[in-house]
Design a protein around this ligand. Structure first.
Ligand code: ASN
Length: 341
């Protein structure tokens, strides 16, 4: 009896995984085919397409669109898709793909490596094998697979520059882990997708992500808006606090919102949620109309803002959008009304 092998498409985009040493430093040169050849026999029917050959520092909204279109085009021809990608912006790409390809009907798994595949002790072969296994077995969704963990793409963050455990699933457990039992799934491997997959690559990249620091001049926010910025994510302090003495960030937020610029307040802390209702410095911002990012990653918050603005939505619609769990990117608690009374 012949067992039907799963059909998996590898879309290769470059990154360290495909890099070689050159006089100019590491540059992505290896093709997807070369990556596959380094893995030896795999129990899948693999097709390869090279769509980009970039360090992921060069991956921007134009490339997100191309990757999303390629996935959409192939979503009914394969059982799963693996996207090889540089690690530096992989969490941004994974988050944006989740918004652009809502209700995706197959597993799409991004992976890369900290060390080029042609180096003896590279992490690339393990990461690629994991990505293929995830693409063959996970529920439909956008994932990031790295260092024996499979995470929801919109919850992943790059947290290390050198060590192999470069990514973490923030505020939710990984979807699956590799143990001696193989790929072991958590309960999260349940697909919520019941609707038709849509491709919507309309985004507005004219946004800013600002990390608040003591002494930050709120006038700079208005300068950004003057230069065309249409929405701002502020990584505020702790639960979402902002200063209002001397330099009035809270007042600036209110003014921007009255001008029609959505301002999202997230936390500089990587873990756990922002909750603007707790302290006066958060409540004031909330009263001025700041929109809470709750427990979203900054990568998800900024890509969600770009996508929402791309739909032509105003401040109220963006607030509504951020109060909605669209692709698993945010935890909305049942009675989480964020009222300040
Ligand atoms: N490890 C990596 O892939 C880093 C590389 N600079 C990239 O993001 O393309």
């Amino acid at each position: 009896m012949t067992i039907m092998q799963k059909k998996i498409l590898l879309l290769s985009t470059g990154g360290t995984i495909a890099s070689v040493v050159s006089d100019a430093g590491l540059v992505p040169k290896e093709s997807g085919e070369q990556l596959i050849n380094m893995l030896g026999e795999l129990p899948y029917d693999i097709t390869v397409e090279d769509i980009l050959q970039l360090d992921s520092s060069n991956i921007q909204p134009e490339e997100w669109k191309l990757i999303a279109e390629k996935i959409f085009e192939n979503r009914n021809k394969y059982d799963g898709i693996v996207v090889s990608h540089g690690t530096d912006t992989m969490a941004y790409t994974a988050s944006m793909l989740a918004f652009m390809l809502q209700n995706i009907n197959i597993p799409v798994v991004l992976t890369g490596s900290q060390v080029p595949i042609n180096v003896v002790l590279s992490d690339a072969p393990d990461n690629l094998r994991l990505a293929f296994a995830a693409a063959a077995t996970c529920c439909p969704n956008i994932y990031l697979a790295f260092d024996r963990k499979v995470m929801l793409g919109c919850r992943s963050v790059k947290v290390r520059t050198i060590n192999f455990d470069a990514f973490e699933s923030v505020n939710v457990p990984p979807v699956a882990k590799v143990t001696s039992d193989g790929l072991v799934f958590s309960e999260q491997n349940l697909s919520k997708n019941t609707r038709e997959c849509t491709l919507n690559t309309e985004i507005n990249p004219h946004v800013s992500l600002v990390k608040l620091f003591p002494g930050f001049d709120p006038k700079l926010l208005f300068a950004m808006v003057k230069s065309g910025c249409k929405g701002i994510v502020i990584e505020a302090y702790g639960l979402g606090g902002m200063n209002y003495i001397r330099r009035n960030m809270v007042g600036a937020v209110g003014e921007l919102i009255r001008q029609g610029i959505p301002v999202i307040a997230s936390s500089q802390c990587l873990y756990e949620r922002s909750d603007l209702t707790k302290y006066e410095v958060g409540r004031e911002a909330l009263l001025e109309g700041a929109i809470s990012a709750r427990d979203m990653t900054s990568e998800s918050a900024i890509t969600k803002l770009m996508w929402g603005l791309g739909q032509g939505w105003d401040v109220h619609q963006i607030a509504e959008f951020f109060n909605t769990d669209v692709v698993g990117e945010v935890t909305i608690e049942k009675d989480d009304t964020l009222r300040v009374d």
